[in-house]
Write a protein that binds this ligand. Structure first.
Ligand code: NAP
Length: 260
């Protein structure tokens, strides 16, 4: 049986840094994305960069529609792992519906359901399938890539904030129920990360208040990947824990914005 880390939503942005961290440490990786072309392109890139590591990509959609999680796709993906004698010893739940621009008086309730179903129910489904195998194989680790918006709200992101707060409750409850099987469940809480959205919208990010952190900068994907790696590989006696990686942003009462 070969051991792998499963990393969701890893064709772009932070997911790529997490895959590259695990691969550079010599870990076999399975990653997911929803679009098979994007998955194949990412797979080619990863394999070219890490020729000595076993990397596989799976195209998998989270939802059948806003109200319905694609549970069957998760079940089939794990059945395929079983068939190939692959054991997922680490799960990193990185994919997320950002729930951008969902306004309380404008958007239909199905937009709220879409975000909750992806960020909570679909992730629960992946955890259930993974933990079942971890229990049979001596244990494992689950890491949620959460958000500091689980605690501090930002405008027009009710569904996203609710999903990330709910994720933390789910993380702690899973840690409690799965500890006896040597399965650790933890969460990394990024603040703002320099993703491609940052590059595409420099005017917005030049003045956004959350860039003013005590550290004086926001995270890059590698910062998040390092924190995920800590939980996955080093935190032997840590479960149900949170590690905030936001430059100290949420310890402030308000951001200190220089006058010039
Ligand atoms: N960026 C930030 O500033 C920031 C701040 C705090 C927390 N976070 C958290 O950090 C993680 C990574 O952030 P990121 O900005 O790198 O993420 P991202 O690029 O917005 O999304 C990561 C991946 O999630 C997948 N995804 C999006 N909607 C999905 C859906 N409905 N079902 C399944 N997959 C879906 C997408 O993959 P495909 O399109 O390839 O399927 C996407 O590449 C996320 O959990 C995010 O909530 C980010």
């Amino acid at each position: 049986m070969k051991r792998y880390a499963l990393i969701t939503g890893a064709c772009t942005n932070t997911g790529v840094d997490i895959v590259e961290k695990f691969a550079s440490e010599g870990k076999n990786v399975v990653f997911t994305g929803r679009d098979s072309n994007k998955v194949n392109t990412a797979l080619e890139n990863y394999r070219a960069k890490f020729p000595g590591v076993d990397i596989k990509g799976y195209a998998i959609t989270s939802l059948l529609d806003e109200r319905t999680v694609n549970e069957q796709a998760v079940v089939e993906m794990f059945a395929d792992f079983d068939k190939k004698d692959m054991f997922i010893e680490t799960v990193v739940l990185n994919a997320a519906d950002q729930g951008l621009g969902i306004e309380i008086f404008k958007n239909p309730i199905t937009d709220f359901m879409r975000v909750i179903n992806t960020n909570m129910t679909w992730n629960y489904c992946i955890c259930e399938n993974a933990a079942r195998r971890m229990k049979e194989n001596g244990g494992g680790g689950i890491v949620f890539v959460n958000s500091n918006t689980a605690y501090r709200a930002i405008p027009d992101r009710i569904a996203y904030s609710a999903s990330k707060s709910g994720q933390l409750g789910m993380m702690r409850a899973m840690a409690l129920d799965l500890g006896k099987y040597n399965i650790r469940v933890n969460a990394v809480l990024p603040g703002m990360i320099k993703t491609d959205r940052w590059d595409k919208n420099p005017e917005f990010y030049k003045t956004v208040p959350s860039r003013y952190t005590p550290i004086g900068d926001v995270a890059v994907g590698k910062d998040i990947a390092d924190a995920v790696w800590y939980f996955a590989e080093h935190a032997r006696n840590t479960t149900g824990a949170e590690l905030t990686v936001d430059g100290g942003n949420t310890i402030q009462l308000y951001p200190i914005i220089p006058e010039k």
